[in-house]
Write a protein that binds this ligand. Structure first.
Ligand SMILES: NC(=O)C1=CN([C@@H]2O[C@H](COP(=O)(O)OP(=O)(O)OC[C@H]3O[C@@H](n4cnc5c(N)ncnc54)[C@H](O)[C@@H]3O)[C@@H](O)[C@H]2O)C=CC1
Ligand SMILES: O=C(O)[C@@H]1CCC=N1
Length: 267
């Protein structure tokens, strides 16, 4: 029986775990390594999954997903390296951590795939980008792809693009939620009840997202369709340009990309 282990079951680890369960993975094919005892008990109760030591998880599973913070990755790899064997697959979901960083700390021949997921995986609408390490064959990459496909869409990217991917889709949901928060708050300033503002903004976001996906139109075209000459949208967009929102997004994404690059150094 092939087993998959998830080491580090915080926000993203549980997101992956729950997706695997929803996708029909048998619970006895799953193992969890989690440092916090209370959290481990919670997961055992919620999913009926076995929480074991990291060493046992690494020794038993064919595929090991590493979902600890980048700053904890070196310690976890030191702990499990002795239990890993060539041919086994390590899938890292950590921002910034390169496949070379992992390969340098595990036995030669262990296959490594780097993944950047995002939290909409919780509702099976995740976006994951995967990159192969140097001992990884097509079968390993396909296995990592199948793992992440259980919670959404997956694309393959060259590893050198992963820091930019992290800035866009990894952190991306936070920017969208920030915009949603800002619009709700603005609605309240305009005198709408908070619940009304919330409903208006969420449905506007969902509808706009569906339009982007289903019409396949460029966002500029969709934005122009909303922008009547001399109308309300043009008045609002002029303010966004005056406040340099476009430039702020560029600076923000550059900061996220740079932070991703820094994380591999443990800072
Ligand atoms: N939260 C997000 O939206 C995304 C997170 N990621 C990546 O996922 C990883 C985890 O992030 P989060 O889930 O947000 O963090 P988190 O802090 O919620 O989860 C990390 C978990 O690892 C556990 N842990 C720490 N050291 C451990 C050890 N030695 N053995 C076993 N478990 C240990 C912690 O107790 C915690 O439950 C990070 O590397 C992050 O870059 C990637 C994309 C999106
Ligand atoms: O903020 C972070 O570092 C993680 C990686 C991408 C999203 N959350």
């Amino acid at each position: 029986m092939k087993q998959t282990a998830v080491i580090g079951a915080g926000v993203m680890g549980e997101t992956l775990l729950s997706g695997l369960v929803r996708a029909g993975r048998r619970v006895d094919q799953l193992l969890v390594g989690e440092k916090r005892e209370a959290r481990a008990a919670e997961l055992e109760e919620r999913y009926g999954v076995a929480v074991v030591s990291n060493v046992e998880a690494a020794a038993k599973a064919e595929t090991v997903a590493l979902v600890v913070k980048p700053q904890d990755m070196a310690d976890v790899l030191d702990e499990i390296a002795g239990s890993l064997r060539p041919g086994q697959l390590l899938v890292s979901l950590a921002a910034g951590i390169t496949t070379a960083f992992i390969e340098a700390r595990v036995p030669a021949g262990v296959a490594v795939v780097r993944v950047m997921p995002n939290t909409p995986a919780l509702v099976d609408e995740g976006m994951s980008a995967i990159s192969a390490g140097s001992h990884c064959d097509e079968e390993h990459l396909a296995e990592a792809e199948a793992l992440m496909a259980s919670v959404g869409k997956v694309i393959r990217v060259p590893e050198k693009q992963q820091d930019a991917v992290t800035a866009i889709s990894g952190s991306g949901p936070a920017y969208i939620f920030f915009v949603v928060e800002s619009m709700i708050e603005a609605g309240v300033h305009l005198g709408l009840p908070r619940a009304t503002a919330h409903e208006l903004v969420v449905q506007t976001l969902v509808g706009s997202a569906h339009m982007l996906r289903e019409t396949n139109e460029h966002p500029t075209v969709l934005r122009e369709q909303v922008t009547s000459p001399g109308g309300t949208t043009a008045a609002a967009l002029r303010e966004l340009e005056i406040h340099k929102v476009r430039a702020a997004f560029l600076a923000a994404l550059e900061a996220a990309r740079d932070r991703s690059r820094e994380l591999a150094s443990g800072s």
